[in-house]
Design a protein around this ligand. Sequence first.
Ligand code: BTN
Length: 149
Amino acid sequence: MVQATPFLLVLFLALGAHSLSVKKCSLTGRWVNDLGSNMTITAVNANGIFSGSYHTAVTATSNEIKVSPLQGTMQKSPNQKGQPTFGFTVNWSFSDSVTVFVGQCFVDDDGKEVLKTMWLLRSHMEDIKNDWKATRTGTNVFTRLQLQE
Ligand code: BTN
C-alpha cells in the first residue's frame, strides 16, 4: 500500500494534466461553412439552450437573402467529453421555409474546432400533392471565423 501511494499520485497528476490540456469545442462565436454561409451563436446557457443568427450564402428561392434567427440546444451530458452534439432551427426571415441542423462540435487533428452537420430544409407547399418535393437535405461543415487583426 505504501509503495502504491507515489504511483497513484503520479497517475492522478498525469490524468489531471491531460484533462486540463485537452481542447474543448465551444459553439459560441462566428462560423463559416463550405457554402460561404455565416453563422453567429451567442452564449450557450447552463441548460444548453442557445440562439444566434444565420446569413445564408444561397437560397432555394428568388427572394433577397436576409439575416435570419436561429434557436438550438446542445447536449450537456458529461459523456460528451468536450465534443458536444447539438441541434438548431433557422426560421428564415425572407422565405416560408425552415431548416433544422443536427451536428457535433469536434476538435480536429490540428486542434481546430469544426462543426459537422446535416440539415433538412422544409419548403412551403400550397398543395399536399406536392409534399413529396418539399424537403431537401444535405451536409455542411463549419469552421470558426478568425478575427481580423
Ligand atoms: C430558403 O431558401 O428558403 C432559405 C435559405 C436556405 C439555405 C440553405 S439551409 C441549408 C444550406 N446551408 C446553408 O448554409 N444554406 C443552405
